[in-house]
Ligand binder design. Structure first.
Ligand code: SF4
Length: 197
């Protein structure tokens, strides 16, 4: 279900020929050189997406220290866990009445979860506006597809737990953006989080 991570991007990484120890300073010193290199890297999004899928509690990824990444990673694990639970419920239900429509609904929920994750990554890294908008549009389209599948299946894909985990994930991504962006005052709260606790 988790299609966020792939390995083809690694060959394009700015660190591909660099000394790995720069990303893992042994004496706990700031990894300033690694952070600078990461900021020039063309695959930062893929890198942090990989860290979400396979979290590693040390070193620098995508220009972010492990302790800074940890809240986003934790929120992501929680979100994917509750979505996966609901996905399995729907897949089991698909063996009974209205099976095809419910299976389509389960897949729509999974696709939406991938789009939410892509949106969270774009938000966390404060990518250029065009990329951020594309990620948000993909997410919006995925929601529309899920709602359409819900209508066809005659049941809801979501739960209150999924909604809470979704808010926590996007809120964590937004907090990360506030930490890392050069101009936090210019970073508006996404409309998707408006009113969220
Ligand atoms: S963002 Fe940084 S750690 Fe990630 S692949 Fe690029 S240079 Fe390497």
């Amino acid at each position: 279900m988790d299609s966020l991570s792939s390995v083809g991007w690694r060959g394009r990484a700015a660190c591909v020929d660099a000394d790995p120890e720069l990303w893992f300073p042994v004496d706990g010193a700031p990894a300033a050189v690694a952070v600078r290199i990461c900021r020039t890297c063309p695959v930062r999004r893929e890198c942090i997406a990989d860290d979400l899928a396979f979290p590693f509690p040390a070193g620098v990824r995508a220009g972010l220290d492990a302790d800074v990444r940890e809240p986003l990673n934790a929120a992501y694990v929680d979100y994917r866990t509750v979505v996966a639970t609901r996905y399995e419920v729907l897949r089991r239900a698909a063996t009974r009445a209205n099976g095809l429509a419910v299976r389509v609904l389960a897949d729509a929920l999974a696709a939406e979860a991938d789009a939410v994750a892509g949106y969270a990554v774009a938000l966390a890294l404060t990518v250029p506006p065009a990329e951020w908008t594309a990620a948000r549009d993909a997410y919006t389209a995925a929601i529309a597809a899920r709602r359409s599948a819900e209508a066809a299946a005659g049941r809801s894909a979501g739960t209150a737990r999924i909604d809470r985990a979704w808010v926590r994930l996007l809120a964590a991504a937004h907090r990360l953006a506030l930490i890392t962006t050069a101009a936090p005052a210019a970073l508006a709260v996404p409309s998707s989080l408006a009113g969220a606790a």
